[in-house]
Each structure stands twice: as structure tokens, then as C-alpha cells.
Unconditional design. Structure first.
Lengths: 84, 153, 153, 84
């Protein structure tokens, strides 16, 4: 019941974390719920909190908060992109 | 090979020639090259590092190209995006679109750039006299991408 | 040298590089290359000859570039148009525009092509299986140029 | 009181003429009047007549029918352009 979580760019710097393996707690079944759960883990994790401009991807595709999270998924959180 | 994500520079002339080579139905090739500027948000920029999300980067660019090909009748598309450390004047991105007539190639080329700017997972870390800073996304890029949603083209 | 009217082919890669060479304020280069197609109006085309009005051709292209420079903030513009006999796959025209950001370079590049198509004195004589024929001007080119008159950009 | 007149492309072929030196008759003082006068010179010159899609330039700039024609001018007539 684990997922791989990736963090990029300024969010990675704020969290001091690039990647973690995360056991899905009960009650966390969407990308939005996962983000909220992570944001509540402590001070620096507020960088993922509501009101912060954070985007998410599920299995390497842009994801909406309502998208499901399933065991084995690769979930990524990052700020709005700035390439090109 | 339509999409490349690479650290190396690319040969713009060769890429443009390849888009029409041996294809005499091609009458129009619209292209865009993005380069590192030495100023950004009022600060001088000595260099920048482009971070990306390997795997998703390629997928997102391929999806953008597929959308362009579904929307316009195109004969060829090429997208190259670099990552890693780049200096002012260095090329960052190349988009080339070949088609029969100019209107659709201009539109598709700009569409791909607008979508790339808001959907491809790249992030710029700039080196300025005040230190390194992550570039903020621009609202104008969101609105540039949004106009394609409304357009009936 | 902004405008060239010539029989010779040109080096697209070198022209694009020259638009940003040593100018680190350039962040965007939009370009267009027009090529001879092997089909036109339903007929196969073996070759074409581009006639032009020497003197007026250069003047009209320079005037179009001046209008683009008055309309957008650009760092460099290059227009090359060939004349004489050309075969399918041969390059006809190059337009390259350098600026700070992509929106203005895309717009200026398309503007220059649209105006060139209706105002620069070139005429195409196509060789088809049914004999040589002068290409008719397309209404769509007039409407493409007309939209810049209405636009507030 | 002469002007140089040039013809291009399909118009040149229809008229069988690329260039002529032309003495301005009295009553011909605009590009439109010049075009009408030329169109009345004979059968093939109808290619310059009203209803034909002919454009004009005066001294190498696009010209409107009301534009003046002055001695020494270079006037050109041609079909709509098809370059690019």
C-alpha cells in the first residue's frame, strides 16, 4: 500500500526532500487528500498547504485533486512550471 | 523522433531542414527558438539551471504534440528542450512545425510553445547577484495557453 | 542588412544564429521558411519561376519590416526572398524575428509574412503537365493581411 | 512629359510588353486615368480594363487610382502579387 512521492524545484528546496516512499494511511484515496495529509506533517510541510501554488502529477501526468491515488502510483508535487 | 529532452545543444538549421527533407508537400515551416536572457525580472542573470521531471517531461511534450497534430493538418513536428546549466545566449528550446500552408504552422508552433510553458515539467533556477532564485510562473503564460481553449480553430 | 532579394539559397541556421549573436537580451526567435510544393491547385508542379520588380521588391519588404518594428518591440528582423527558377523542396522565403518574449516575435513574424504575401511584388509562374501558368492570388491571403488592420495589438 | 511604364507577370504576357516610354496626353494626370487611357489603345490592352484585377505602383510604391502621375514617374501595372 505504498506510493512513491517526488518533489521538484522550489518545493523540493522548501521540504528538503526529493523523493519518499509513503505508506498510504486509511482515508487518503485522492491526490488532494494526499497533499492535505502531507501538509499536516509539520512546519516545513505547510509549503504543500492550501493557498500555496502547488501542482500535482500522478504517474507522470498532470493530476487534479479529485484524481485517485492507488498503491504503486508515482505522485509528484511541484510549483507551476517555468520551462521554455 | 519528435520530442527530445537533452542536456546538449542542437543544430537549428539541421532540424529545420529535416522537417521538409524529401517531403515536397511541405510548403511552410514555422519555428521557434527560446534562449537564455541576461536579464530577468529586473535582475541580471549570470546563468540558470533547468530542472525537469525525467519521464514526465517527454510524455507531456509528446502529448502536446499529439494535440497539435489533432488540431491542425501537419506534416512534421519537432520539439527539443534542454535541461541542466545554461548561460545567457544559450538555446533552451526548439519547436519546428511543417505543413502545407503558413497559417496552420504558425498556429501550431505557437500552440505548442504556449502549452509547453504551462504543462511541461521544467523549472528555472536563476543565478543573480542576490543569489540563486527559482523563477516564478507568469500569469501571462496561463492566459496565453488559455486562449487556445476558447478558440474555435 | 535586414532585407535581401536574391537568386541564391540561404543558410537558415546561420541566419537564425545571427539574429541573437552577441545579444543576450534576446529570449525568443520566431522564424518562417516557405518552400516550393510539388502540388498547387490540384496540379503537380515540376518547377516554378519567381518574377519580381527589382527596386520595388526591396523597398516594399523594408517598409513591411519598418511597420513590424513600429508595432512590436523587436531586437532584430531578417527577410530573405529568392527569385528565379526554383524546384519543389527549394526554399523561397525566410523571415526571422528576434525579441525579448515569444508572443511579440510570433506576431511580428506572421505579420511580416501576411503583408509580404499581399504587398511584395513577386509573381509565381508554375510549370505543370498542362503547361506554364501564373499562380492566382488567393483571397485567403488578403483576409490574412486584413486582420492586422482590425487588430488593436 | 514622359513616364516610364512597366508591366509584370501575366499582364506583361497578355500585353506582350515589359516596358514603354509614354508621353502623357493632356487629361491624364492620375494613375487611374493613365490605366484607362492605356486600356483603350486596342484589343489586347483590355487586359488593363475595368473589372480586371490589376494593381499599380508609382515610383516603386503601391499606388491608388487617385494618385497623381507626374513627368519622370515610373509607373508599373501588375496582377495581385503571389510571392512568399
Amino acid at each position: 500500500m505504498t506510493v512513491k512521492i517526488l518533489y521538484f524545484a522550489s518545493l523540493k528546496d522548501a521540504l528538503g526532500c526529493t523523493e519518499e516512499s509513503f505508506v498510504l494511511p486509511s482515508g487518503v484515496s485522492t491526490v488532494g487528500e494526499l497533499r492535505s495529509f502531507l501538509a499536516d506533517r509539520g512546519e516545513k510541510w505547510k509549503a504543500l498547504g492550501e493557498g500555496r501554488n502547488v501542482r500535482a502529477a500522478r504517474n507522470q501526468r498532470m493530476a487534479a485533486p479529485a484524481d485517485p491515488v492507488l498503491p504503486g502510483d508515482e505522485i509528484a508535487f511541484f510549483p507551476p512550471v517555468t520551462g521554455g | 523522433m519528435t520530442v527530445s529532452v537533452q542536456a546538449e545543444d542542437f543544430d537549428v538549421g539541421a532540424e529545420i531542414s529535416a522537417l521538409s527533407a524529401g517531403r515536397h508537400e511541405v510548403g511552410a515551416v514555422a519555428t521557434f527558438v527560446g534562449l537564455v536572457r541576461d536579464v530577468s525580472g529586473g535582475s541580471s542573470v549570470g546563468a540558470m539551471t533547468l530542472e525537469h521531471y525525467p519521464g514526465m517531461t517527454e510524455k507531456s511534450l509528446e502529448e502536446i504534440v499529439e494535440q497539435a497534430c489533432a488540431r491542425w493538418s501537419l506534416y512534421g513536428v519537432r520539439v527539443i528542450h534542454r535541461f541542466g546549466r545554461l548561460e545567457p545566449g544559450d538555446r533552451i528550446v526548439f519547436v519546428g512545425v511543417a505543413g502545407a500552408h503558413r497559417g496552420e504552422t504558425f498556429a501550431a508552433c505557437e500552440f505548442i510553445m504556449d502549452y509547453l510553458k504551462t504543462r511541461a515539467p521544467f523549472w528555472k533556477l536563476e543565478e543573480t547577484p542576490a543569489g540563486a532564485r527559482w523563477v516564478d510562473a507568469r500569469d501571462s503564460d496561463d492566459s496565453a495557453a488559455a486562449r487556445w481553449e476558447q478558440s474555435s480553430r
